[in-house]
Structure formats: structure tokens, C-alpha cells
Ligand binder design. Structure first.
Ligand code: BGC
Length: 539
């Protein structure tokens, strides 16, 4: 559930606190294949209200089309569907997915989970599971249909006792902005994003207490402007083969505008709304962990560079007002500088860091060692790989490059905790994919023991970080429902609920039951373990 803060005087919160105290034992009683009982010893578990899982997938830009600067509201591809309803206009992902060959199964997000029409049903189905609501917006006349839709959605969540945790922007931008001025490549977007955020704070801020400005700006920039796999598909060789772009220059311009767009939204929230509305605001970053490929100092330095070029690239500026020294050393003047006006905006910092963590990889140094593929400045002079001497870093999953490496969760949290002085953190995404091209809820699609083991392993690792003092305030599973998985279309399924995309029927998987019961207490977990063992003996 979004968030219930610890407060000694509240009975409800105390009850939750007592349950959280038991979390380590609950984890201990769960025994995956080999049986973990006895191998992890948990002692005192510091104050951590455990937040539950969430679906984090809806967002529209809530503005009318024919204003000079922007258009209607945009739909996000992942779950909403209804891609031309409710005064919505096109996003860059709408345009991108409609071009044949871009998406693995040649699908698009036009209907996706049809969440736009089914959301009331969805919440009855999901019961205790929380949803993460995200919205988008921009200059122009506010689209009242979009505002009404999200208000209803937020009310429905609150009625079910679910705290909305809203992400303002998850990958897509209005196609209009691409066409008018190149979206993230133009500083104008800072103002447009600020305006959009203002609209959202005003419309929903009385009810929404958690705001994340952007989801994974590092993915947007790396895949959109270095390798060119995501829209706007800008890149240059050797990083990728695109019609336009410059992988040595554009990523730093786009990142700069994204960072300052975030700072603009934070400043608006802090100055105009935070005191009245009492919420908090942060940003969510894609945070992969890296292990050195070889046990040599050069590869340890490569790990530091990889983390800086991935994570600190965005977090250092919004927290310290400067780009990371590891990047400046390599990129020198290619990295922009912040003006005094930028610094003034950046001083508002943020209230929490959102961490999206799925997997880990090895990295090898490419400054002192030869590397294939021309790994140069824009990739931090590192080569990443999932294998060492042919042995994968963890069990491979159906998602390319996603290995199960639970220790990465503890390590990435400790890295962020130490670098940013233990600013409150949320694990805003963590989850496991099953590959499938069929809509049938086959038995092994539903009895997702591998997902349960993944979640168990990563939660245990998260617990270790919390025991070392990490101020982690919440945890969200990606995701509640199977949904449109970007370049993979409907071929990768992350949901605790299976979705038949033809009938829109939702069916809870074993992991949905496991997670619900996990949140409910240790006795139930023991029962679940027994069931799980039983299922394993059958499948
Ligand atoms: C993204 C999600 C995506 C998930 C699984 C995350 O990095 O934020 O949108 O669906 O990864 O690939």
C-alpha cells in the first residue's frame, strides 16, 4: 500500500509495525527449493513500515489538444488502452508502436489491459493490492475528461484503502512536443513539464501524497539517445544505427533538460503545494547493480563508473547540484554545466529516491583493457556482460539480460544509501518476467513458483539492507497485471495477475496469493510454503 508512516500513537500503525517487526521471521519461514530456514539470521528489524506492491502503469497528459503548445492528454501504452478516447492525442510511443517491426510481436498498446474502461472492476479484483497511478500533462487547456478519469480512479483507490503513488511521466512524451521542438532536446520542455506537474498537483494533490516526477530518466536517455532503441530513436555509430542523432552529444542535452524539468516540478510542489497538501516528491531511477568481471582494481573502478553513468548521472545533480565526478572526468566539457538559476532550482532536492531494481551484470574495464564493440565515453568505457567464464551471474529469465541475482538488491540499496546520505528510499519496481505468446492461462503460467522464489530472494536481500540501517520506506512489485511490455509487446508477462488480452479476463497467479498472504502474516506464509512444495512436486 502506498504509504502509512510510522507513528507511535496510532493503533493501526502500531499493528502494522508489529507485523513489520515479524517480517524477517516471515521471510525465514519461507523455504524455496533448497530451504532457507536457518541460513538467514535476522535480529532487530528497524522501523520500516512495509508498503505493499503496486501496479504502476497509467498516465495521461491531461491537456487539451489545440492549445498552441500541446494537445490532449496522452495515454500510456502499458495498461490503459483507449488510445484515442477521452480527448487523448498521440504520444511518441503511440506513433512508434504503430510502425511495423518496432515491437517484437507487432502489437501495440491501443487496448493493452483496457484499464481505461475496466478500472473499477480491476480494483474489486485486486482488493488489497495497491495501484500506482501516474499521470502526464503539459501547457494548454486542461482536459477535463482526463481530470475526471483520474479523480475517479484515485477516489476508487482511496475507497479501497489504497494510497495512490503517482508518477508524472513514464517514458512517453506528447508527439506534438517531438514535432514542435524535439521534446527532451529543447529547454522549453522544462517549462512545459513544470506546467503539467502544476496541473496535476492542483487537481489531485489533496488526495495524492506521493509524487514521483519521472520514471527511469536514465532509460529514456540511454535507450532513446545513445542506442536509439526507444523513441525518438536518435543515435550514431558505434552505439547504434539510427537515421539521426549523435550518441556523443544528445544524451547529455536530453539528460540536462530532464534533470531541470524534474527540478522545475519539485520547486512548484515545494513552493505552492507541499505545506498545504502534506505530500512528498521524488524521482525513480532504473538501478541495476554491477559486479566486477575480474578481481582486479580496473574492473572495480569500472563498476564505479558504470554506476555513476547509470544512476548518479541523474541523482547527483538533483541531490548535490552537480554531475558526478566520475562522469566529469571522462566526459569533461561534453557534460553541460548548471547556471546559477539552475542551481537555485536544484536546491529543493527531493524527499525520496525511487529505486527500480530487477537484475545485475558484470562489468569489465575498457580503458586499460581491450573491449569488443568500441566501448567508449558514452558507455563509461565499460563492457557489461551477464556471464563470467560462461557461467551466468544468476539464473537467466525469459527477459534478455535479466538474471536472478538477489544480492544485487542489498548492494544497490547500500550504494545509494551511502552516496546520498540515507535519503528515504522506495523500491518503486522489482519483478520477474515469464515469456509467453499465448493468452491461455496455462497451469505453469499461473503456478509461477519462479516468480515467488525471485520475490522471496529479493525481499530477503532488501531486509538485509534495512537491517544495516537503510531508510527504505516502501516496496512495489512490478507488476499487478500482465501488460504491454514496451519493445516486447505482449510476449513478456510480469503480472501477479495473468491477463488474457483477448477477453481481458484477469486470473490471480500463485504469486498474487503468496504476496497477499506474505503481507498478512507468518502463519499464512507457512501454509503457502507447504502448498508451494506440493505444487512443485506436481509440476
Ligand atoms: C520499466 C517498466 C517495465 C519494466 C519491465 C522497468 O524498467 O519502468 O515500464 O515494464 O522495467 O521491463
Amino acid at each position: 500500500m502506498g504509504g502509512v508512516w510510522w507513528d507511535e500513537n496510532s493503533r493501526l500503525k502500531r499493528k502494522r509495525w508489529e507485523r513489520h517487526q515479524k517480517l524477517p521471521d516471515m521471510l525465514n519461514t519461507y523455504q524455496p527449493h533448497g530451504g532457507l530456514r536457518g541460513t538467514c539470521s535476522y535480529s532487530y528489524f528497524p522501523c520500516m513500515p512495509l508498503k505493499c506492491n503496486a501496479e504502476k502503469a497509467t498516465y495521461r497528459w491531461i491537456l487539451e489538444p489545440n492549445s498552441s503548445l500541446l494537445h490532449k492528454y496522452q495515454l500510456i501504452e502499458l495498461i490503459e488502452g483507449a488510445y484515442l478516447e477521452g480527448n487523448k492525442s498521440l504520444s511518441n510511443w503511440d506513433v512508434f508502436t504503430h510502425i511495423p517491426g518496432h515491437i517484437k510481436d507487432d502489437s501495440d498498446g491501443d487496448i493493452a489491459d483496457d484499464h481505461y474502461h475496466l478500472y473499477m472492476i480491476l480494483y474489486i479484483l485486486v482488493k488489497n493490492f495497491t495501484n500506482l497511478l501516474a499521470t502526464g500533462g503539459r501547457f494548454g487547456k486542461v482536459n477535463s475528461v482526463g481530470i475526471t478519469f483520474y479523480n475517479r480512479l484515485i477516489d476508487a483507490l482511496l475507497l479501497k484503502g489504497i494510497q495512490p503513488f503517482v508518477t508524472l511521466n513514464h517514458y512517453d512524451v506528447p508527439q506534438d512536443l517531438e514535432d514542435q521542438y524535439g521534446a527532451w532536446l529543447n529547454p522549453q520542455i522544462q517549462k512545459d513539464f513544470g506546467h503539467y506537474a502544476d496541473v496535476c498537483f492542483k487537481a489531485f494533490g489533496k488526495k495524492v501524497k506521493y509524487w514521483s516526477t519521472l520514471n527511469e530518466p536514465n532509460v529514456v536517455v540511454i535507450l532513446g539517445f545513445i542506442t536509439g532503441e526507444y523513441p525518438p530513436q536518435h543515435c550514431s555509430k558505434p552505439y547504434g544505427d539510427c537515421l539521426s542523432g549523435d550518441s556523443n552529444i544528445e544524451p547529455y542535452i536530453a539528460a540536462h533538460n530532464i534533470i531541470l524539468a524534474h527540478a522545475t516540478a519539485v520547486e512548484i510542489y515545494k513552493k505552492k503545494y507541499q505545506v498545504k497538501q502534506g505530500g512528498s516528491i521524488g524521482i525513480a531511477i532504473s538501478a541495476r547493480w554491477y559486479e566486477p568481471l575480474r578481481d582486479i582494481p580496473a574492473d572495480c573502478l569500472a563498476v564505479q563508473r558504470a554506476l555513476a553513468f547509470d544512476i548518479a548521472w541523474f541523482l547527483d545533480p538533483v541531490i548535490f547540484g552537480e554531475y558526478p565526478p566520475e562522469m566529469r572526468q571522462v566526459l569533461s566539457l561534453r557534460l553541460p554545466t548548471f547556471s546559477s538559476e539552475d542551481r537555485r532550482k536544484l536546491q529543493h532536492k527531493l524527499d525520496f529516491i525511487g529505486i527500480n531494481h530487477y537484475t545485475s551484470k558484470y562489468v569489465k574495464d575498457c580503458i586499460f583493457s581491450p573491449c569488443e564493440g568500441g566501448k567508449t565515453e558514452s558507455t563509461a568505457f565499460v563492457m557489461s556482460t551477464g556471464e563470467r567464464n560462461g557461467i551466468p551471474i544468476g539464473t537467466p529469465t525469459s527477459m534478455p539480460d535479466n538474471y536472478v541475482f538477489p544480492d544485487g538488491m542489498e548492494k544497490i540499496i547500500m550504494y545509494i544509501m551511502q552516496r546520498y546520505n540515507n535519503i528515504p528510499m522506495f523500491i518503486t519496481e522489482n519483478g520477474y518476467a515469464q515469456g509467453s505468446t499465448s493468452n491461455d492461462p496455462t497451469t505453469d503460467m499461473l503456478n509461477d513458483t519462479s516468480r515467488v522464489e525471485y520475490l522471496h530472494g529479493y525481499l530477503t536481500s532488501l531486509t538485509r539492507a534495512v537491517r544495516q540501517g537503510a531508510d527504505v520506506r516502501g516496496y512495489f512489485i512490478w507488476s499487478l497485471l500482465d501488460n504491454f511490455e514496451w519493445l516486447y509487446g505482449y510476449t513478456q508477462r510480469f503480472g501477479l495477475y495473468h491477463v488474457n488480452f483477448e477477453t481481458q479476463e484477469r486470473t490471480p497467479r500463485l504469486s498474487a496469493k503468496w504476496f497477499k498472504e506474505f503481507l498478512e502474516g507468518p502463519e499464512v506464509i507457512e501454509r503457502m510454503n507447504r502448498d508451494l512444495e506440493c505444487l512443485r512436486s506436481i509440476y
